[in-house]
Design a binder for this molecule. Structure first.
Ligand code: ARG
Length: 602
């Protein structure tokens, strides 16, 4: 379906053509003077040189033609004639065409939008598979606020791509193979040295019940990590344990599996609280078996060579303005690295899923790293030109002091705690707002809090840092998740009253707008499809947030200026109700894409 702007441009093009000018000059854009007009066309200015005429003359001729062709209203034509496209046209010096769309044309466009299952969004031609690499949690370490962004943005991007029609696979790409595993292993060994996993002579079956809980695990890691920083010998032990694990030490592998089990259960719970889920819970460990053959392939192809003992692939390019170091494939001791795993993962993804794009939602501080990995993957032909590799780097979530968000005591804020504090704050705000039972208040608060957190994050352009402000994020006013939900709930409650009066809401009964706020709401609704297209093309969830915020504002202005349930003209009442239904449906579609939902009451 064509966007409203495209349609208006086509109609305008007809007038340019009829007046003897190039139809392409008829491009219509949103007005940059909304106080004067809704849309504008600067084609007369653009065409002046080509046609050796004053722009105002061209504009005047085109305005006349619009009327002659019956595309613009003139004194005789009634404004409700459906063939009238522009309700108002004015040629303004030096040569602008200031435009208003006719109410009848707008409502006809909105009817088409309402009938379209994607509300006017065009789906890509042959959507293939997109893999989204997000989450990136590290096993045995608790999720902290740094992980919220990857999870929340990645999940939204996944839903956006799904909405566009792609087959989407989200992969958690867990950090489950690095030094943190060695640190947990030695930390555990020092606490419980008699466990069979540490006995090199043990030949039996290892117990498959974990000798630790998640809380113990989360205690062991930081303690062990702190110790390794002070005690080089201890660190060497942890590195050796990591190495032993990677080369297949039986006891460590068995222990590792238990750490994974306990950790994954906890991760799933935490991600679940954010409504984040992955199709694949793969990790760095999943591709270890592929590494030897991949390394051999890189050597055989002449891509990888030994430099200072390490195996590397050069990835610098002539046009580089900054130094891009070689991509290291194996360390001098033969150990594989974070890179190696990422490359092997790319190889596996290409083999299994032939994706047309892989999107990495990772901290933007890893951007140079991904540049190296992407170049290496292309150079070594693990990835062909038909597959796009995209790094969606995000900024830091900061506290009020502009530094990475911490607990009040100055420690690393755990995601679990952040969520529970936000729920608590939301609960108080809901209790203050209206009389409600504790149980209902908690239930609603839990749902709204997730929206507050997610919207607070998503409404910022991903690459930018933002300040986490619990008071602002949980406010019912302003550019916040709760405000959006509140608007939806308000619509639902009017519709419920309408139903009590015996009305049956019907979205298709739209009627032409009768005043500015109604028209503004209709124009906003008509823009959903083209907004979604650009949000998807730019992988920009913040665009959707910007749109629903404007839509909620347009709706609330309309709501405050309009008698809905007391409207006496039945046709107009149905028209107003239809607008409500469409607004609710578009808002709910948008928040579903962003990854949260609205309660029934608030
Ligand atoms: N575990 C990594 C970290 O905490 C993030 C993983 C990102 N994804 C990837 N394919 N490297 O930094």
């Amino acid at each position: 379906m064509k966007s409203l702007l495209e349609k208006l441009s086509l109609e305008m093009g007809k007038a340019f053509e009829a007046a003897g000018y190039d139809a392409a000059l008829g491009r219509v854009t949103i007005s940059n003077r909304p106080d004067l007009c809704e849309y504008q066309c600067n084609g007369a200015m653009a065409g002046a040189k080509q046609y050796h005429k004053a722009p105002i003359q061209i504009a005047g001729e085109v305005a006349e033609k619009l009327k002659e062709l019956g595309l613009a209203a003139d004194a005789e034509s009634g404004k409700n004639d459906r063939s009238i496209v522009f309700g108002d046209v004015a040629a303004i010096p030096p040569g602008f065409l200031n435009l208003k769309v006719s109410e009848s044309y707008l409502v006809a466009y909105l009817e088409e939008t309402e009938r379209d299952p994607k509300y006017g969004m065009n789906q890509p031609e042959n959507p293939g598979t997109i893999i989204i690499d997000y989450g990136g949690a590290n096993v045995a370490k608790p999720l902290h606020v740094g992980h919220i962004r990857s999870a929340v943005i990645g999940e939204a991007v996944k839903h956006m791509m799904k909405y566009a029609g792609y087959k989407v696979i989200g992969d958690a790409h867990l950090g489950d193979w690095g030094l943190q595993m060695g640190l947990v292993i030695v930390g555990l060994q020092d606490r419980q040295p008699d466990l069979p996993y540490f006995d090199p002579d043990f030949k039996g079956e290892y117990p498959y019940i974990a000798p630790f809980t998640i809380s113990e695990l989360e205690e062991i890691y930081p303690a062990s990590s702190a110790k390794s920083k002070e005690d080089p010998e201890y660190k060497a032990r942890a590195m050796e344990a990591t190495h032993q694990l990677q080369i297949g030490n039986r006891g460590y592998r068995a222990l590792w599996k238990l750490i994974m089990d306990v950790s994954l259960t906890d991760l799933k719970k935490n991600y679940g609280a954010l409504n984040v889920d992955f199709e694949l819970w793969n990790g760095e460990s999943s591709v270890q078996d592929r590494i030897p053959a991949m390394v051999q392939y890189m050597k055989d192809g002449g891509y990888a060579y030994i430099s200072e003992g390490a195996l590397v692939v050069d990835v610098k390019e002539e046009t580089d303005t900054k130094e891009v170091p070689p991509c290291m494939i194996l360390k001098s001791d033969g150990a594989s690295l974070y890179n190696t795993t990422d490359l092997a993962t790319i190889q596996e993804r290409m083999e299994l899923y032939h994706p047309e794009q892989i999107i990495y939602v990772v901290d933007k501080r890893q951007s140079l790293y991904f540049e190296q990995v992407f170049r290496c993957a292309r150079k070594t032909k693990l990835v062909g030109p038909e597959t796009k590799l995209t790094f969606l780097g995000f900024g830091t979530m900061n506290g009020a002091d502009g530094k990475p968000f911490k607990t009040r005591e100055g420690g690393v804020m755990r995601l679990e705690k952040l969520i529970s504090e936000t729920k608590e704050e939301m609960y108080h705000k809901i209790k203050e707002g209206r009389p409600v039972t504790d149980e209902e208040a908690h239930e609603t608060a839990d749902q709204v809090a997730i929206a507050a957190l997610k919207y607070g994050d998503l409404s910022n352009q991903a690459s930018k840092d933002y300040v986490f402000d619990i008071d602002r994020f949980t406010s019912f006013e302003g550019d916040t998740g709760p405000y959006i939900l509140y608007t939806i709930v308000r619509i639902k409650s009017i519709l419920a009253k309408y139903a009590e009066q015996g009305g049956v809401p019907d979205r298709s009964r739209l009627t032409p707008a009768k005043n500015d706020s109604e028209k503004a709401l209709q124009m906003q609704l008509a823009g959903f499809g083209s907004m979604m297209e650009s949000a998807i093309a730019e992988i920009a969830p913040h665009r959707i947030c910007g749109y629903i915020y404007d839509l909620a504002n347009a709706f609330n202005k309309f709501y405050h200026e309009t008698q809905i349930l007391t409207e006496e003209d039945p046709v107009r009442k149905e028209g107003l109700i239809a607008m409500l239904v469409l607004t609710r449906d578009i808002l709910e579609t948008a928040i579903d894409v962003l990854g949260f939902e609205a309660p029934e009451r608030m």
